[in-house]
Write a protein that binds this ligand. Structure first.
Ligand SMILES: [Zn+2]
Length: 205
C-alpha cells in the first residue's frame, strides 16, 4: 500500500501518492487573477474525471481538488483581493463538487463565515494550532492535514476519521512522518496508512 501525501509542492518519493489540486495560493495572487480563475475553470470543465466526480459516478479517492486557496493575514497580497479570489475558489469547489484545500493564517473567522452554507468537504492544511482550535475546526466539519511542524497534543486529539498527513513545501519523503505519527497516536503505520486512504475516500461522500 502506498502512502498518501495529502499536499505537497515537491516531486513524490517512491511509494507515495497525492491528490492533485488546482488553485491560486493567496501568496501568489497576481493582478491578472480573474484570467487565472477563468483558466482554472476551463481546465475543470474539460476534465473528464472532474465531470465524473461531479456526477458522483466516481469511486475511490478524488482525482482533483480545489486549492490550496484561502486567506492569510500575514502575506503581502491585499486582504480584500484575497477574499475575492477565495470566494471564486469556493464557487468552483461547490459547482464542480470538489473538496477544497484551505490555507488559513489568522483568518479563521472569515473562513468559518464563508464556509457556512457550502456542501463540499474542506481540508485545513498545514495545521499547527492548539487542541482548542482543532476542536473548533472539527465542530465545523473540517478535515485536518498535518505536516512536519505540528502541535503534538492536537495531533493526538484529532479524530482518526478526519486526519491527513502531508509534506507541503518540505522536500522530504512522507514515510518518516507516518512512523512518527503512528507512535504518537499509538497505532501502527499500516493502520494509519489505511485510515488515511479511507479518509480520502470519505472526501467523495
Ligand atoms: Zn502548500
Amino acid at each position: 500500500m502506498t502512502y498518501l501525501n495529502f499536499h505537497t509542492h515537491s516531486p513524490l518519493h517512491e511509494g507515495e501518492q497525492t491528490i492533485p489540486s488546482l488553485g491560486v495560493h493567496p501568496w501568489h495572487i497576481h493582478s491578472n487573477w480573474t484570467e487565472e480563475v477563468r483558466q482554472l475553470e476551463s481546465e475543470l470543465k474539460n476534465s473528464r474525471s472532474v465531470q465524473e466526480m461531479a456526477e458522483q459516478k466516481a469511486e475511490g479517492v478524488p482525482t482533483m481538488m480545489i486549492g490550496e486557496c484561502g486567506l492569510d493575514r500575514l502575506c503581502a497580497t491585499p486582504y480584500d483581493i484575497q477574499l475575492e479570489v477565495f470566494q471564486e475558489h469556493i464557487r468552483l469547489s461547490e459547482s464542480y463538487r470538489l473538496p477544497l484545500v484551505l490555507h488559513c493564517v489568522r483568518a479563521i473567522d472569515d473562513v468559518l463565515r464563508l464556509k457556512r452554507g457550502t456542501h463540499q468537504h474542506w481540508i485545513f492544511h498545514g495545521f499547527r494550532g492548539k487542541p482548542q482550535q482543532l476542536q473548533q475546526l472539527i465542530d465545523h466539519d473540517f478535515y485536518i492535514s498535518f505536516g512536519f511542524n505540528y502541535n503534538p497534543e492536537s495531533l493526538r486529539a484529532c479524530p482518526e476519521s478526519r486526519l491527513f498527513l502531508e509534506t507541503d513545501d518540505i522536500p522530504r519523503p512522507i514515510s518518516p512522518l507516518y512512523e512518527e505519527v503512528s507512535k504518537l497516536r499509538q497505532t501502527t503505520t499500516e493502520q494509519l496508512r489505511e485510515q488515511v486512504w479511507e479518509n480520502a475516500k470519505g472526501l467523495l461522500r
